[in-house]
Design a protein around this ligand. Structure first.
Ligand SMILES: [Zn+2]
Length: 300
């Protein structure tokens, strides 16, 4: 009986060695950490572009990236908006690679202006910023990769009245133009945008206006870790921070769940004071983080 017991333990240990794997081995991405990062950013709310809180949020994100070992800069620039000229602050962090090929990982961090002093933007733009910081952590731990990584937090994604050349997408347009005029567009392997990725009822619907190869990479990464049903192709296009990169000739994809409400088909949490931390989950952040991590490793 005793011997049998000993063999059982040995057999079980063997099973664990051959078929088991710890969560860390499966993916180093930690959804709970991403949730905490989201919570910390959401403490700074609202964080509209051009406001003191917006600037505080930018400094907070830069401090976090610095602590993770990134070379950082806050790129501040002045642009026209329907509300007059405003200062915007893109937060950028670089992780050197073995080659000059580049992957850009991005999220916006500003909140939609004029909703309410209570507006938190937990999902839009807290969740994607939290996932991005956690991705930045795991990539820094495993660096150097073949590609360099540019982690970009965009200011001014939200429009004041209506999207146009001087309203909305300020940060992404600014960075895409900077890369293109500096002759760096050809070196960009992928621009991967995260937006609204924390909804408890996660359904990533990648818009049609994304680079097809990157959509296939995303779906293949999702399939390989068993979460493919959470990812599909949207019926239409979405104007988001990936668009300036597409227009400048860079491969780009928007990882977004653009249905955020109390019932399927409703979007009643979006851009309302209902966009709070209780609507997002560690599990959803974990899924998106795992998939994007797998995707960028596959792109090496
Ligand atoms: Zn928004």
């Amino acid at each position: 009986m005793l011997r049998f017991f000993g063999m059982s333990i040995g057999w079980m240990a063997g099973m664990f060695l051959f078929t088991g794997c710890t969560p860390e081995e499966f993916s180093p991405f930690d959804g709970a950490r991403a949730f905490s990062e989201t919570e910390a950013l959401v403490q700074i709310s609202p964080r509209d572009a051009g406001t003191a809180n917006g600037r505080i949020a930018a400094i907070h994100l830069e401090t976090r990236l610095k602590a993770l070992g990134y070379k950082t800069v806050i790129d501040t620039f002045l642009e026209k908006t329907p509300a007059g000229e405003l200062f915007f602050s893109n937060v950028l962090g670089r992780l050197p690679g073995k080659t000059d090929r580049l992957i850009i990982l991005a999220s916006h961090f500003d909140t939609k202006a004029g909703i309410s002093d209570d507006f938190q933007g937990a999902n839009d733009s807290g969740s994607s910023s939290g996932v991005l910081l956690e991705l930045a952590r795991v990539l820094a731990q495993r660096a150097p990769y073949e590609t360099e990584f540019l982690v970009a937090f965009f200011d001014g994604e939200e429009c004041a009245t209506k999207y146009g050349p001087t309203d909305g997408l300020h940060g992404s347009r600014h960075l895409a133009q900077k890369i293109a005029t500096g002759g760096g567009a050809d070196k960009v392997e992928a621009m991967i945008l995260l937006d609204m990725v924390g909804d408890k009822d996660l359904n990533i619907t990648t818009p049609r206006n994304c680079t097809q190869e990157l959509v296939l990479e995303l779906f293949s990464a999702a399939k390989s870790i068993g979460v493919r049903p959470k990812f599909s192709l949207a019926k239409g296009s979405i104007l988001d921070d990936h668009v300036p990169f597409l227009l400048a000739g860079m491969p780009a994809i928007d990882v977004i769940d653009f249905e955020y409400g109390s019932e399927p088909g409703l979007n009643d949490y979006w851009h309302t004071t209902n966009d709070t931390m209780d609507k997002i989950s560690v599990e959803s952040l974990q899924i998106v983080g795992d998939v994007v991590f797998r995707m960028v490793e596959n792109l090496q």
